[in-house]
Design a protein. Structure first.
Length: 468
């Protein structure tokens, strides 16, 4: 096998080039940037695939088979492949932009202090604190929120009995996870919003924000209500707990300030330029990450700030980013396979005489919502499910519903998949910190929670379809 050091530099260059080309296209740069991003994305995936597990390479093989089928069976097979490549390039660019913020946040001392403060709250308010932490940290750290808070929650010195410690870790980890997934339906920094708004005609983040935000509140609120109602029974005395030092406002201020700055800039540029929110994110997040790195160096009285920031940016693009090859290959190929699979399925559905426009819109929305977490149990990534299903649906106007209703359904199902699928990063990370399997987390720890959320969210989706 080829040494990763010989290919990572070139792969990193191609990933950065893909991000730049996709961002340029989103900002009106012309089709030449779309074609260039497809070329750089394919080249990057080819290099990254040299050093991934066979399970990841299987996705590439499936992509090649589907490409051959598209060329053989579709009159516009080449165009279908180009659309699938555009989907892969977009996913690579969005992932690369988002993880740059995580790279900057990891070295920020106030972020670590805030996480330690939240994870050390007394039992009476620990669940809410960690749910809030999972949500706030999840926006900027993605799955890194579970890693950061999980390590703080489970790694602190603990003199409790094994029984108390086991119960405490379970409650803390599910609180973090449920806070994290509560951001998936509405945050513009998530794939759920980025992919769904790209595939549903007439949709936008601003148009779906309110109903999707309510979905997030349902996911977070249901977790808190269930934790409050179902208290574990202890066989021994409850341990004495010492509250942490510090005030909530002081500890949360840096994180809240960063999120407020992000939200203001992204929303402002979106409204001012008319560029899609995802396109704004691809430019704003990397720039803000660089500025944050510089601010950290200035605060630490680092000499040669510009040189140090340039070194960190180089390390991110050419070392850290290629090292995430498994995630990049999985996500990019999920988008490619889903998009091309939808193109191949459309003629078959038409030949079978299936007309989805005649199906009740409520039934379609509920099926769309439920299919994401169900297929997640057999290993289907939500990106793959959404890319495969959404292009096959009739336009929202022909169904008599708003685009926001479809976005609400797909993102809510996406979030539930993040809590229950044993193949998602969030569930696997929680299982790792909790000392149980991902299946145990998804079905035992989150089974009742997911069922309650599914029923409530089903009603909410129908209400959005009826009144929005």
């Amino acid at each position: 096998m080829v040494d990763t050091r010989k290919t990572d530099g070139l792969a990193g260059l191609l990933l950065v080039a893909t991000t730049v080309c996709v961002a340029a296209f989103e900002w009106g740069g012309g089709r030449v940037f779309a074609h260039a991003s497809a070329l750089t994305a394919v080249s990057a995936l080819a290099l990254l695939s040299l050093h991934v597990a066979r399970s990841r390479r299987a996705f590439l093989l499936i992509g090649l088979v589907l490409s051959a089928l598209a060329l053989a069976r579709l009159p516009d097979g080449l165009d279908a492949i180009r659309r699938a490549l555009a989907s892969s390039a977009f996913i690579i660019a969005f992932f690369s932009a988002l993880t740059s913020l995580r790279s900057a946040a990891i070295s920020a001392r106030p972020i670590a202090d805030c996480g330690a403060f939240l994870s050390s709250q007394p039992p009476g308010r620990r669940y809410l604190a960690l749910t809030l932490g999972g949500a706030l940290f999840g926006i900027i750290l993605l799955y890194g929120a579970i890693t950061l808070l999980g390590s703080l929650a489970t790694g602190a010195r603990d003199d409790a009995t094994p029984e108390v410690r086991r119960i405490r870790i379970r409650r803390m980890m599910v609180a973090i996870q449920r806070g994290f997934i509560a951001t998936l339906p509405w945050s513009p920094l998530t794939f759920a919003i980025a992919i769904s708004t790209s595939l549903v005609p007439g949709s936008s983040w601003a148009g779906a924000l309110l109903p999707c935000l309510v979905s997030g509140l349902i996911l977070a609120g249901a977790g808190w209500a269930l934790d409050t109602a179902v208290k574990p029974k202890l066989t021994g005395p409850r341990p004495v707990f010492t509250p942490p030092e510090g005030r909530w406002i002081a500890k949360l201020a840096p994180l809240l300030a960063l999120l407020a700055l992000l939200g203001t800039i992204i929303t402002g540029l979106h409204l001012w330029t008319g560029v899609r929110v995802v396109g704004v994110v691809m430019v704003v997040v990397p720039v803000l990450s660089l500025l944050w790195m510089a601010q950290q160096d200035v605060a630490a009285r680092q000499t040669h700030v510009l040189r140090h920031v340039a070194r960190r940016a180089w390390d991110y693009g050419f070392v850290e980013l290629p090292a995430m090859r498994a995630e990049i290959v999985l996500l990019a190929m999920a988008g490619f396979i889903g998009t091309l699979g939808a193109a191949l399925s459309a003629p078959l559905i038409a030949d079978a005489g299936i007309d989805l426009s005649g199906v009740s819109p409520y039934l379609l929305l509920l099926a769309l919502f439920w299919v994401i977490p169900i297929t997640g149990q057999i290993g289907m990534n939500p990106i793959l499910s959404a890319s495969l299903i959404l292009p096959l649906l009739p336009a929202p106007a022909s169904l008599g519903i708003s685009p926001a209703a479809i976005i609400t359904a797909i993102t809510a199902g996406w979030a539930l998949s993040g809590a229950t699928s044993p193949f998602t990063a969030s569930t696997m990370l929680v299982g790792n910190y909790g000392g149980v399997s991902a299946v145990h987390v998804g079905l035992r720890w989150n089974g009742i929670y997911a069922l309650i959320c599914a029923l409530v969210l089903s009603g909410w989706i129908c209400a959005v379809a009826a009144y929005l």
